[in-house]
Design a binder for this molecule. Sequence first.
Ligand code: TMP
Length: 213
Amino acid sequence: MATTGLFISFEGIDGAGKSTHIDALAEAFRMTGRTVTLTREPGGTPLAEKLRAMVLNDAMDPLTESLLIFAGRRDHLVNIITPALARGEVVLCDRFTDATFAYQGGGRGFDLPTLQTLEQWVQGTESGAALIQPELTVWFDLSPEEAARRLAGARLPDKFEAQPVEFFRRVAQGYADRQKSAPRRFARIDASQSREAVWADVRHVFVAKGWLP
Ligand code: TMP
């Protein structure tokens, strides 16, 4: 069966609860006979996972942080994402560039034009045509207050998870701004619902696109 690659990213503030739904989607796609590459950012390759550990644990200025994130993204695109798409696989990526605009741009207040330049460099194609972007971005939208309640008492927080609620308000606004700039790419999911209701909404998006039965 001829299949074309499908690149899908998943976004949301920490605590929005995307992980179980990503795993369930991978299983749903496999049931249809598709090969799934399940991956994440920061990370996804041995080099990018090393950079992830630095980004999540070490203090650094926001330009250094953005450069490390985009360096990892380049390695991930070149070695994992682009080859998987060329093989016709479904690539499910837990976070991608929208997270950089939301966390570094929104949360940390870093310069958006600089992030746009890095995005062009890293996601530009040889033909100079469109940037490599997910075909769909599933955005698990949850209020920062509810996310903080869900995260309280969970595992030891990393550098970002330890940020105050005001930081996550700016991150959430960063996601909303990114959605406004590319509304057709985004599917917003109300992540304040029960896990079952969230899954029903997520599944509906994929069925409506004709990607799942
Ligand atoms: P995770 O816990 O969902 O794997 O995400 C790791 C953390 O990294 C999360 O707090 C969001 C943050 N992050 C950024 O700050 N910038 C980025 O570009 C990405 C992909 C993640």
